[in-house]
Design a protein around this ligand. Sequence first.
Ligand code: FAD
Length: 293
Amino acid sequence: MYEGVKAAAVHNPSSLAELVLLRNRLPGALLWAGGTAIMSKTRLYPASDGIDIIYLGNVQELKRISRSERYLEIGSQVSIEQILRVGQHILHPVFAGACRESGPYVIRSQATIGGSLSLEDYSLNIPTALSVLESQVEIRNPENKKPSTQWIPVHRMFSRNRERSRLQPAIITRVRIQLEEGDFEFFNTVGEPYLNPDEAVILSVFAKYNLPAISEYRFALSFPLYGIFRSREIETAVSINDLPFEQRDISRIIRSLREDLQESSFPISPLQRERACRVFEYALHRMNSQSIK
Ligand SMILES: Cc1cc2nc3c(=O)[nH]c(=O)nc-3n(C[C@H](O)[C@H](O)[C@H](O)COP(=O)(O)OP(=O)(O)OC[C@H]3O[C@@H](n4cnc5c(N)ncnc54)[C@H](O)[C@@H]3O)c2cc1C
């Protein structure tokens, strides 16, 4: 071993109870899910701090997928590829799109849904899609005297990236996704969210309509370094229109979005703002063409 370098101790719990006890004892240890984000950081291994590692891959309770009439529940250790295998007829198109575009196959087959929701510095595809599906994340906080679970809406966790660090050292255990069907769902990325997070934009949309009226319109725009932007006002500005939209309505909505982004506290670049407005406009046109088919 090199001088000054300490090997990490790797802990390998096989049940949730064991994991919670271990986390309580080692709140500073690194939780290792698929390891794809951890391994892509420049921190070299072995390192001088020799931080302890808790490997989550053998905790059986975290590897389950279950379905009820209203929800799909996915354990945090389920990989993105396993989710895609659950099938198109169960997965929301917006969520399936987010999973399919979460990096190359070799990453998707290792990366877990829990890991994608725990990246401290980025808000990427999966949280953006889950935000519009009003999904919830189950958190175990081993710091509480009586280990308790808490359900948190994904969109609240990601409204600003910095808010997520407050969840440390909690463990994400499950994700609950409503199975309510949308009439229009859209997922798109502009740029490369993981490789160029300061320039990329991710958009998810979930809408319901009964022609010509729109009964529900939800969107989430992610600026990967800063968090996810949502706006009730813009959602209302879209849903008060009948389908198909007229060009002047679309122009008015995009003007409001541009103003809101300019006034928001997200320190985005002019390029990101332009990309956000254009992809949002594209989604409105897609919804239009779907509605007149
Ligand atoms: C080359 C490459 C390209 C990529 N491209 C994309 C892309 O285009 N779009 C996209 O969305 N993503 C992309 N990704 C990111 C990928 O989605 C993440 O690497 C992945 O989701 C992380 O999951 P993981 O299981 O490997 O997490 P890990 O790397 O194991 O962990 C990530 C972080 O989450 C913490 N953590 C993990 N599980 C839990 C838990 N259950 N509770 C609490 N904390 C936890 C870990 O401690 C760590 O801090 C890319 C990654 C790579 C390496």
